[in-house]
Write a protein that binds this ligand. Sequence first.
Ligand code: SAJ
Length: 437
Amino acid sequence: MVKDELIQEIQRKHANIAVIGLGYVGLPLAITFANAGFNVTGIDPNEEKVEMINRSESYISDITNAQLRKHIDAGRLRATSDYAVLNDIDAVSICVPTPLRKTGDPDMSFIAMASEDIAPYLHRSMVIVLESSTYPGTTREFVLPKLTAHTDLQVGEDFFLAFSPERVDPGRKDYTTYNTPKVLGGITPDCTEVARAWYEQALETVVTVSTAEVAEMAKLLENTFRMINISMVNELAQMCDRLNVDVWEVIDAAATKPFGFMKFTPGPGLGGHCIPIDPLYLSWKMKTLNYTARFIELASEINTSMPRYVVSRIQDALNRYKKPLNGSKVLILGVAYKPNINDMRESPALDIIHLLQEKGAIVTYHDPYVPEIDHENIHMSSEKDLHASLEDADLVAIITDHQKYDYNMIGEKSSLIFDARNAMKDVPKSSLKVIKL
Ligand code: SAJ
């Protein structure tokens, strides 16, 4: 029986593993499989990444060179761009990006490419697991047909296919690929059983569900939950501004409730490669079923309106001191999409800079993690002399509250601060100087 043979190979660690897509999800996953004693081949079309990995040079902040070197030197890990290695591979994880197109529709090209590149090498006694966040039905309706387009191999009998959502939070130390519970659901029960037998060799907790669709939908619930709650507090911030009530104090007070409440904080908008994007895969899928996912659409509308709202608040703050935004010098502090990282994907700071420049402000930025911005029509470098830039600005806008900033010094050097993150909360200040979101 193919299933039993394959499970036995896996349990003996004789199964050869491949991970397609060596980014912030795929590379840690490859290392985790190698740590469990498997032979792992990383596959990525980017030759530079392949060469760096084979030289034990990590480009992913969560993986050290030493972690790579241990397995590269032991001959247990290698990287390639050649899919032909799949002829000798028994188990494949697909960890490729699922961004949005400019139109806001899902960009399935990476999953399509990976599926089509695997297909010629699909063979008996093989298990494939898709990890990329995507709409419910992708594994069964989109991946499976591409895998079997030119073969009569039967899923659930000759080969096995499942979905297991990635739960990597870059930079987090407490939860890693190894110890974060992993949801997993197969196209058939035997697919679930084989994929589970594989993943439980390397991961601390595997949570199986009945189908791939349940696993796909669970991931979207996780991130939609977060996106909607962030949009709710973003709208609350706008309400509190009109009520002349401090939204940060309101949230802190609500957060004293020890049950039935989860704290989220408002901000200048929603950045990152997961939270603003994954829910739109669900609303897109629902549209194809003639259903409007109203919560997601409303939340997305509120979150994407936050940069414009922040700019209007900055304009009001300058106006209070008889300074038109047009011609005023605005220094943006923190442009990464969230604190203490250098990731700029979907960062709201980019929208804020663009809108300020459109209104004639003279915009500069400082971010200790982001030396350069080279994005569409924004090409800027981080200010070299932070003290001088603070003193020179008509308004300092705290957009991303990196921990390494000295907020006391910022309070002393700045003449006017718009604080989009309540970063100045612990700094004794004259209220006239700091205006909060
Ligand atoms: N944000 C707010 N208010 C909040 C929380 C976040 O405005 O209360 C903003 C952030 O500034 C950022 C965006 O939302 O611009 C996303 O922030 P995030 O904390 O959700 O961080 P991400 O995008 O790195 O989300 C990842 C996700 N992990 C996975 O998808 C596997 C998410 O599910 C995690 O919950 C999140 O990390 C986490 O908890 O750190």
